[in-house]
Design a protein around this ligand. Structure first.
Ligand code: ASP
Length: 326
């Protein structure tokens, strides 16, 4: 666990692709900007990067080849917003913030969330890139490379010719740190110079998911939870495992009762290990931060990296703990 001076701004992010966003957001914090603005700023840069295949533009699509994005943002129980299944806009975290700021609701979903974003002035953009489309086509040609059981009774017949006619041009692809690179949500926790904390979480969700599936990432208390009086936590990995224990809420509540960030994450991940039958590609990793900037990261399996960003720049590091080292 690491101690951070309250007045030194800090950005913690999931995964090794995060420096591109965190480095862009740090100057805002150094200039006295607010934690929530920095969290959303960092996430927005990552959402806009088409080479990152798990967040925003370039995210891997669902089983029918459609990209759908989920995100939430949070400062406090009475300051949070979320959108699910956004298919026409690249920046769901900023839209989630708009939901928080301009409506009496927390969460908007589906077509109506896109309509809301358009009305609010967000610019529509095609989310499926040629690279992501090609990965989807490869998957549809060889669906045995993922857990096909989850599609039983649902997966529509393949039209290989039609898919092949849509192949796009090649380009760069971020190789995720995850077990199969198929899902790597960006979760960001921020401490600003005023001593305020905030978080944002954004994802294209599990690659090739059943259309309509919503994971943990946009659900307050699952992919992200922040309470100025107790701390902040975010999660990445198999969303169904995180949702089943309300992972981020549980971490923050354990810290409220006196657990350190590392103890709180370990207890939460142990709950997942005890209450689910894990399979090899199941992974969950979490970050936690106290209101004064103590923080930790821990994962169920090896392979996860966090990014820590201070005024000195970003470092990609191994987590502080791995529950099931192999
Ligand atoms: N938690 C995300 C989801 O299940 C994916 C990930 O973080 O890897 O949608």
């Amino acid at each position: 666990m690491t101690k951070q001076q309250t007045n030194n701004p800090l950005i913690l992010s999931t995964w090794s692709f995060a420096p591109v966003g965190a480095d862009a957001a740090m100057p805002l914090l150094l200039a006295g900007g607010e934690a929530l603005d920095a969290a959303i700023g960092a996430v927005t840069v990552i959402e806009d990067d088409p080479t990152i295949h798990s967040v925003g533009v370039g995210g891997l699509p669902d089983a029918e080849g459609r990209v759908s994005l989920d995100a939430c943002v949070m400062e406090n129980p009475d300051r949070c917003g979320a959108v699910c299944n956004v298919q026409r806009h690249p920046n769901p975290a900023a839209i989630a913030r708009r939901v928080m700021d301009t409506t009496i609701h927390i969460t908007l979903a589906g077509d109506e969330a896109d309509d809301f974003a358009t009305r609010e002035g967000f610019v529509e953009r095609a989310l499926l890139t040629p690279d992501a489309q090609r990965e989807w086509q490869t998957w549809r040609h060889d669906p045995s490379n993922i857990n096909r059981e989850k599609y039983q009774g649902w997966l529509p017949p393949m039209n290989v010719e039609e898919m092949d006619s849509k192949v796009g041009a090649p380009g760069g692809v971020f190789a995720g740190d995850g077990p199969d690179g198929s899902h790597d949500t960006v979760g960001v926790l921020v401490l600003d110079t005023h001593g305020k904390i905030a978080g944002a979480c954004s994802t294209s969700g599990m690659a090739f998911k059943v259309p309509g599936r919503v994971g943990d990432s946009p659900i307050i208390g699952q992919g992200l939870y922040v309470d100025q009086t107790a701390g902040a936590a975010c999660a990445t990995g198999t969303g169904e495992l995180i949702s089943g224990v309300c992972g981020s809420f549980l971490v923050v509540e354990l810290m409220r009762r006196g657990a350190s960030p590392l103890e709180a994450i370990r207890e939460t991940l142990q709950r997942i290990i005890d209450r689910f039958t894990l399979v090899q590609d199941h992974q969950v990793a979490m970050l936690a931060m106290t209101p004064t900037g103590d923080w930790a990261s821990c994962a169920i399996r090896p392979g996860f990296h966090h990014t820590v960003t201070t005024s000195e720049g970003s470092k990609v590091e191994d987590p502080h703990g791995v529950m099931l080292p192999e």
